[in-house]
Design a protein around this ligand. Structure first.
Ligand code: PLP
Length: 421
């Protein structure tokens, strides 16, 4: 469910007409709904209410500080995967003890930054990382709280680029080696083992892989406790999928996911962490774009938009589907025509949809990409020297630009020309 609905023939974000925002900030832009962000966070929070828990928003999905602040004020922690994200979360006012540091390649500098600034835990992914963490913690003079990310060798049955829980993936340590690696961790003076971490992938539309993975985590908890380790926190990762095509998908609900967690690991007396990203931000954001041209090809018509693959790369990168809807509501029963919907970038991959049935559109019309809130703005680039597009946050009948569109000068002046030229 989201808060982007038609009212009197016009698409709104909560109580603000999309067309008003477009007129004020220009297109293309991202717009997020506060109510949808909070609704999704609350769904998770309530789904785990029977257990001691913290929902750590995986901020890589959408990391604008206004979004972080919105969620943090509602009680969310953050899952970060880089020093930059750690700094951003702190800048947004998130205390260190609500920040979990994930990621397969944390550098010594990033680790030092988090240890000195304060951290809830590191999710360690390898033995070499463990050695660096131990050394840096010793230098800083603290003990680093850790979980170890185990790779349960479960097929998440999602797109290959976002599956992370099979033994062939680069993530975590094989669960078969867990005892050995926990023993090593326990021998390192500046580490404090507190739990287990697992994250098997993203955009999972079936709960079965979670169930398999969490059963393995439950079993491992018993084994590690018997070995004498303290396992008091389980970080169960993120990955719950969202419906990208409204017409034919019904991914699992957070309530069912919460029940699954309770069923598989609830009896262990551990504090539960989850790290949802996409499900919190995905349907809380639209990308709004204007039709520049309608171009008739030999056997098809192209809608050429002012938004492009650099602004929303998911279709090019993951073959992702986004529902694309006109901002002016089509009349009921209006004729639909097929369009190839493309951006202006000089790549054939700059295609959002092929043969998409849409009401007839003309230059100047606005369209909205649904479900663009996660892995949208954060993955955008300035390819073709196209400025990063603005982000706007709506709250009831108010809205604010939370990241302005840079000017060409701001972009161009970042280049520095060497003396010899
Ligand atoms: C990407 C990621 C997440 C969030 O995944 P979603 O599919 O957006 O919920 C959570 N944890 C880790 C370690 C990740 O890498």
């Amino acid at each position: 469910m989201d808060h982007f609905l038609y009212r009197d023939g016009a698409l709104y974000a909560e109580d603000v007409p999309i067309a008003d925002i477009a007129a004020a900030v220009g297109t293309p832009f991202y717009v997020y709904s506060t109510a949808t962000l909070l609704r999704h966070f609350t769904l998770f929070d309530e789904a785990l209410s029977g257990m001691d828990h913290l929902v750590c928003y995986a901020m890589k999905a959408a990391s604008n500080q206004a979004i972080l602040k919105t969620l943090a004020q509602a009680g969310a922690g953050m899952d970060v995967v880089s020093g930059g994200e750690y700094a951003r979360a702190r800048a947004a006012g998130v205390p260190g003890d609500r920040i979990v540091f994930s990621g397969v390649g944390k550098t010594a500098d990033e680790i030092r930054m988090a240890l000195t600034g304060g951290i809830r835990q590191f999710n360690v992914e390898s033995e070499p990382e463990m050695a660096v963490l131990n050394r840096v913690a010793g230098e800083v003079g603290v003990r680093a709280p850790i979980t170890i990310r185990v790779n349960p060798d479960v097929d998440a049955k999602t797109h290959a680029k976002i599956a992370t829980g099979k033994s062939e993936n680069k993530f975590g340590i094989p669960i078969s080696r867990a005892r050995e690696v926990y023993a090593l961790a326990a021998s390192l003076e500046h580490l404090e083992v507190i739990g287990i971490d697992v994250h098997i992938g993203s955009q999972l539309t079936d709960l079965a892989p979670f169930e398999l993975a969490y059963q393995k985590v439950a079993e491992l908890t018993g084994t590690l406790r018997a070995d004498g380790h303290t396992i008091k926190r389980l970080d169960l990762g993120g990955g719950l999928g969202i419906p990208y095509a409204r017409s034919n998908e019904a991914p699992p609900l957070p309530t069912d996911y919460g029940a699954l967690i309770e069923r598989t690991v609830g009896h262990l007396g551990c504090e539960i962490e989850i790290e949802p990203g996409r499900l919190i931000a995905g349907n809380a954001g639209l990308m709004v774009s204007e039709v520049i041209y309608v171009k008739s090809g030999e056997d098809r018509d192209f809608l050429i938009l002012d938004g492009a693959m650099n602004d929303l790369i998911r279709p090019a990168m993951y073959d992702a589907h986004h529902d694309i809807v006109p901002v002016v509501e089509p009349a009921p029963g209006a004729d639909q025509v097929p369009y190839d919907i493309v951006g202006p970038v000089c790549e054939s991959g700059d295609t959002f949809a092929k043969g998409r049935m849409m009401p007839a559109l003309a230059a100047g019309d606005l369209v909205a990409f649904r479900s663009a809130g996660a892995y949208g703005a954060v993955m955008s680039s300035e390819y073709n020297t196209r400025p990063l597009i603005p982000e706007v946050l709506v709250h009831g009948d108010q809205y604010a630009v939370i990241r302005p569109r840079p000017t060409f000068d701001e972009i161009i002046n970042r280049d520095t020309i060497p003396e010899w030229l």
